[in-house]
Design a protein around this ligand. Structure first.
Ligand code: NAD
Length: 291
């Protein structure tokens, strides 16, 4: 069993980005610039955005954080996105999800200029992804593909099971794994909350991507010997032994599943780090495309 180490791969991606960013700055006197909009004070969202901002600094990007109270109106958020669309210095825009219930997520995402859509959630980005055209790939599935590539995991002809059909993880993941590309070419089964016989489907899988948000959901009896297991789940579970009062748990029962796997990602230290590295890659791509 080999651990797919998010730290190693993310650092390799970041090293490459640092070199490319220096070259970009020397050529243009401009720094890649990511702008993030954060609404409310959800603890997990605060942590993710803070990490994205820190990672921008690590690779030499500029970043701007625009904060709103949870009571902000859709009009206020709309105006902020339009302003960032029009700002020539800003290359990438992300709106941290989830949004408060009174704000229509689709309205906000559809407003982002597709050339700055570094999260890859705009319908134009999604359409291009489905057609296999160059585009911004949502950061989590993109990060997982970078990981498969780094460890040269063979995927062609394999049966991949993706658990979860969200627009940000499961669905784009299923598309990427099924595409006719070097780390695609899988036969993909996309499972969700209404799937029957999930245990049986998983037990036949060569590759499992668990992205449902239920800690420890994927148990050893659902995994065949030698499978590749990618754990996307991040759930905060109360843990008084931690200073923060919680521990981060993945969707996989790691302790019992890991011994059966050929490769497995840990949580934390796996996909989460790759998500940020992929977002940075998208931001530099947005910057380079503009020049
Ligand atoms: P989501 O809630 O939007 O989607 C969950 C999906 O799981 C749904 O499609 C649902 O049908 C499916 N599901 C729920 N219960 C199920 C069950 N019993 N059996 C089969 N399928 C079931 O979640 P999301 O935004 O896709 O995130 C999923 C998990 O991944 C969460 O824990 C989230 O925090 C985490 N996440 C991690 C990263 C990262 O960088 N590691 C990024 C995004 C999301």
């Amino acid at each position: 069993m080999q651990i797919l180490d998010g730290k190693t791969v993310a650092n390799a991606v970041k090293e490459q980005l640092i070199t490319e960013t220096v070259a970009h700055k020397n050529a243009t006197s401009h720094s890649p610039h990511l702008a993030a909009i954060l609404i409310g004070n959800d603890g997990a969202s605060e942590t993710y955005v803070a990490s994205k901002i820190k990672n921008c600094a690590d690779v030499g990007f500029k970043s701007t954080l625009i904060r709103f109270d949870a009571t902000a109106t859709e009009k206020e958020i709309t105006e902020a996105v339009i302003k960032l669309n029009e700002d020539d210095d800003v290359n990438g825009i992300l709106v941290q999800l989830p949004l408060p219930k009174h704000i229509n997520e689709a309205v906000i995402i559809n407003l982002i200029n597709p050339t700055k859509d570094v999260d890859g959630f705009h319908p134009i980005s999604v359409g291009k992804l489905v057609q296999g055209l160059p585009t911004f790939v949502p950061a989590t599935p993109f990060g997982i593909m970078l990981m498969l590539q780094h460890y040269q995991i063979e995927t062609a002809g394999k049966h991949a099971v993706v658990i979860g059909r969200s627009n940000i993880v499961g669905r784009p993941m299923s598309i990427l794994l099924s595409q006719n590309t070097q780390y695609g070419n899988c036969t993909v089964t996309l499972c969700h909350s209404r799937t029957k016989d999930l245990e049986k489907i998983c037990a036949g899988a060569d590759i499992i991507v668990a992205a449902l948000g239920i800690p420890g959901f994927l148990t050893a009896d659902m995994v065949k010997e030698g499978a590749v297991v990618i754990d996307v789940g991040i759930t905060r579970v109360a843990d008084e032994s931690k200073k923060s009062g919680y521990a981060i748990k993945g969707d996989v029962d790691f302790e019992n599943v890991a011994p059966k796997c050929s490769f497995i990602t840990p949580v934390p230290g796996g996909v989460g780090l790759m998500t940020i590295a992929a977002l940075l890659k998208n931001t530099l791509a947005a910057t380079s495309a503009k020049q």
